[in-house]
Ligand binder design. Structure first.
Ligand code: TA6
Length: 275
């Protein structure tokens, strides 16, 4: 395994592989089956964000005046603060950190430390995401865990926990609509920011019967994204025929920024359960 990848090995063909470039989780194997989608065309050149897995968007989700789309965290090299450690429960945990440096300060002149703790359980994967303001001035940010789930056929997937909620539809010029459906299906290019989705989601693959449960803390928004055919062709690091095999269900704090005073911390997290 190359030096820039960290593996949390739990046995029984259950493991998590994290790339130090972006602290991007690039694989979660649960009892032998891969839960995440990773594009075969992802570049892994330590320049362009990894196409798949769970890129970390910080300090900006989406287009940014001060720097690259989705911020610099996913294209920065993180530090392995604590190597994988097996707990008495058999769970395995590791800690990754990102602090401000000359590159980040050129774009965003603030002192910060992001601490990203990943814990692999038997059929669950827990991510704790903490942002601390280590500087002398307040700052605001948005953040998101850009989770690419693997599915057998996106047209056969359903997502719960969105009914009655407002969403910003980035495919329809950012207009705001209200979701009417109990179970959301994805029949075309979707790029929606659902707001106030505290209750979490069940992502069900009706073709395979596989189910993923997403529980979130202090990440009140959920982005649902599939590029579909045309946008897939426009992405050089994504296969033209790969869009049916993935569905992004992304937990974030994006529709309103978080503001942190000096010394203060933002604590958030996500638990994904594979059924
Ligand atoms: O999270 C959905 C989204 O913001 C879409 O608008 C789409 O751009 C996607 O992220 C991928 O962005 P990327 O910068 O990785 O190509």
């Amino acid at each position: 395994m190359s030096a820039d990848r960290v593996v949390l090995e739990r046995g029984k063909d259950t493991s998590l592989t994290v790339h130090l470039f972006g602290a991007t989780v690039i694989s979660w194997k649960c009892n032998g089956s891969e839960i995440l989608f990773l594009s075969k065309k992802s570049l892994f050149d330590n320049k362009k964000a990894i196409r798949g897995g769970i890129p970390v968007c910080f300090p900006q989700f989406g287009p940014w005046d001060l720097g690259p789309q989705h911020g610099f965290a996913r294209i920065s090299t993180w530090t392995l603060e604590q190597a994988p450690k097996t707990l008495s429960s058999g769970d395995v945990t590791a800690v990754f950190t990102l602090t401000d440096n000359d590159e980040t300060r050129k774009m965003w002149n603030h002192g910060f430390k992001v601490t990203y703790t990943l814990t692999l359980k038997e059929t669950e994967f827990v991510s704790d995401f903490v942002v601390k303001n280590t500087g002398e001035d307040s700052f605001s940010f948005t953040a998101l865990l850009h989770t690419y789930l693997g599915v057998s056929d996106v047209t056969k997937a359903t997502v719960s926990g969105l009914k009655g909620l407002q969403y910003i539809d980035k495919v329809k010029e950012g207009k705001v609509f209200t979701e009417q459906r109990e179970l959301v299906t994805i029949p075309e290019n979707y790029d929606r920011v659902y707001m106030n989705t505290q209750g979490g989601h069940i992502v069900h693959d009706t073709a395979t019967g596989k189910t993923i449960i997403i529980k979130k803390t202090n990440l009140p928004d959920t982005v649902v994204w599939n590029p579909w055919e045309e946008k897939a062709k426009a992405m050089s690091d994504f296969g033209d025929d790969e869009y049916p095999k993935m569905l992004c269900v992304e937990a974030g704090h994006v529709s309103s920024p978080v503001t942190l005073d000096p010394g203060a911390s933002f604590v958030a997290g996500q638990v994904i359960v594979a059924k």
